[in-house]
Design a protein around this ligand. Structure first.
Ligand code: F6R
Length: 265
């Protein structure tokens, strides 16, 4: 695991965006895994600036969203299909036909989940999966006790997740109680996972994920077993880490040829 602690959430967005820009400049048809929620918004905004400036081109990139709510219409402003379109596809000028979001409205959800998994395989697998982390340690919507082997499926959202996400809806009652999410097995199959977290509310989950035992009670802790995981967090999100100084030391001493070039803007 590479752990990068940065002073501000703005720098988290820029550094994570640099990883994605570097991948897409090397491989314009890379396959991205997209997270929604607040955490990756800074990444998408930074990448959108690069696209505006003509320095990054996502026109050939493919993408698969991590998750989708069940029980709200496709055109609901908080459906992840809508959020991915407005926050990612349009600003990054992606080809919408190359971007998929799990189908939370399918008559046969299980068949739709199996198809989603098959589509990821057919695309050659995910090159870089962007992740946020829930305050309960979830990634995607793999809530505590999710199987480490799980694949895309329907899940019940934990009460804590519904509370956390109520800020996006008019009231708690409007937050869906179910979702479709890539599984932990799906996420672990990505070639590179890039998790971002900002703010003190994430500090305990981040510490448990990085330094705690690998346990399905903290689903993000499975990333300790990932061969290429990059964690980019701000000082507040890092505040409960025991070895924060060590991670800073290692990052400062990272060999220059292994460093991802900073965004050129
Ligand atoms: C979103 C997702 C979730 C969020 C997590 C953090 O697609 O899969 O795991 O990343 O709930 O949400 P925010 O970023 O809103 O704090």
């Amino acid at each position: 695991m590479e752990i990068i602690i940065l002073p501000t959430s703005a720098e988290v967005g820029r550094t994570a965006a640099a990883h994605i820009a570097s991948l897409v400049s090397r491989d314009p048809s890379a396959v991205l895994g997209l997270a929604t929620g607040s955490s990756p918004l800074g990444i998408y905004a930074e990448l959108a600036r690069g696209v505006e400036l003509g320095l990054i081109d996502f026109g050939q990139a493919r993408a698969f969203a991590l998750d989708e709510y069940v029980g709200i219409p496709l055109d609901h402003e908080q459906s992840y299909a809508t959020v991915i379109r407005t926050e990612v596809v349009e600003p990054l000028r992606m080809n919408a036909s190359l971007v998929q979001v799990p189908d939370g409205r399918a008559a046969d959800i299980e068949a739709a989940c199996d198809r989603y998994e098959a589509d990821i395989v057919e695309a050659g697998g995910i090159d870089l999966q962007i992740l946020g982390i829930g305050s309960n340690g979830h990634i995607g919507f793999n809530e505590p006790t999710s199987s480490f082997a799980s694949r895309t499926r329907i899940k019940t959202l934990a009460p804590q997740t519904r509370d956390d996400n109520a800020r996006f809806f008019a009231s708690l009652d409007e937050v869906p109680s179910h979702c479709v999410t890539q599984g932990l097995g799906t996420i672990m199959a990505a070639r590179h996972v890039l998790l971002v977290a900002q703010g003190a509310k994430k500090a305990d989950a981040v510490a448990a994920a990085i330094e705690g035992p690998v346990s399905s009670l903290v689903p993000a802790s499975i990333l300790q077993h990932h061969p290429h995981a990059t964690i980019v967090i701000d000082e507040e999100a890092a505040s409960a880490l025991t070895l924060a100084d060590y991670y800073r030391y290692v990052y400062e001493h990272k060999p220059h040829w292994q460093r991802v070039p900073p965004l050129p803007y």
